[in-house]
Design a protein around this ligand. Structure first.
Ligand code: MN
Ligand code: MN
Length: 269
């Protein structure tokens, strides 16, 4: 079993957002919540995870819209961690970061399952002429063959176009209403987990650019994380927009998810 720490990588990128900016401040806000002395390092399973996180800091990127150079910087950074045998948790940034991350993860796993929690499917073929938009990362990743299975949880605003895209790529979309009858433990690994915080209900995660009522509870997301069969090779927590947050509550939710993801990574290597 690997004794490597888990790599934590900040990606302060919000130029590929379609509605408003602010997610570039996400990594700093999540770190502040993660290290807040209001809590301690223990997960719900009483594992002290934060000492096992190796924080690599934030990536140096230009944060220009549609930047292929920035995407390459992300892929290269993740590829280095994978090559070192590390599991990696990335902190967004808008959701555009997930395609370049998955390029690197998909290179070494030919049977990757991606579990994606979000209000939105993010599989637009094209939105506003930016192929790297945060509305399209899973379209790009599917086209590139980064995964064999994509399961999306919490989806509650798929347009007709996105439903057709999902059918085209054989994507499983699970709405909040359907979540109780979905069994994450039946998934096969290796697994990559991508959490867009707007998948949660805005009442518990208001610090996002796109409020979509009727979302998941923190407990439902924690239960999904706990139910994933291993190994969990990588994860991201994205779309925290601190300019929209209320008393840092969404940052604290994001930090809690990071801790529990790390716990799941360590428990099922
Ligand atoms: Mn979303
Ligand atoms: Mn998203």
């Amino acid at each position: 079993m690997s004794t490597e720490p888990i790599s934590l990588l900040g990606i302060p990128l919000d130029a590929n957002s379609s509605f408003m900016f602010g997610c570039a401040g996400g990594p700093a806000a999540i770190r502040a919540a993660l290290h807040s002395t209001s809590g301690n390092d223990a997960t719900e399973a009483s594992v002290n995870v934060t000492p096992q996180l190796d924080d690599l800091g934030d990536l140096g990127i230009t944060n220009e819209p549609g930047s292929r150079g920035d995407a390459d910087v992300i892929t290269t950074a993740v590829r280095a961690q994978v090559a070192a045998g590390r599991q990696i948790i990335s902190l967004g940034g808008d959701h555009s970061v997930t395609f370049p991350i998955l390029r690197a993860i998909g290179e070494v796993h030919d049977d990757l399952t991606v579990v994606h929690i979000d209000a939105h499917p993010d599989i637009y073929d094209d939105l506003d002429g930016n192929p790297l938009s945060h509305a399209s990362p899973f379209a790009r990743a599917l086209e590139a063959g980064c995964m064999t299975t994509l399961v999306q949880l919490g989806i509650r605003t798929a347009t007709r176009h996105q439903v057709e895209q999902g059918e085209r790529w054989d994507v499983t979309m699970v709405s909040p209403r359907q979540l109780a009858s979905f069994d994450p433990s039946a998934l096969t690994g290796p697994i990559y987990l991508s959490i867009d915080l707007d998948g949660l209900d805005p009442s518990c995660a208001p610090g996002v650019s796109h409020h979509e009522p009727g979302g998941l509870t923190v407990r439902e997301v924690l239960d999904v994380i706990d139910s994933l069969p291993g190994p969990l090779v990588g994860a991201d927590v994205v779309e925290l927009n601190p300019t929209r947050d209320v008393v840092d509550m969404t940052a604290m939710v994001a930090a809690k998810l990071v801790k529990e993801i790390a716990g799941a990574m360590l428990a099922r290597r």
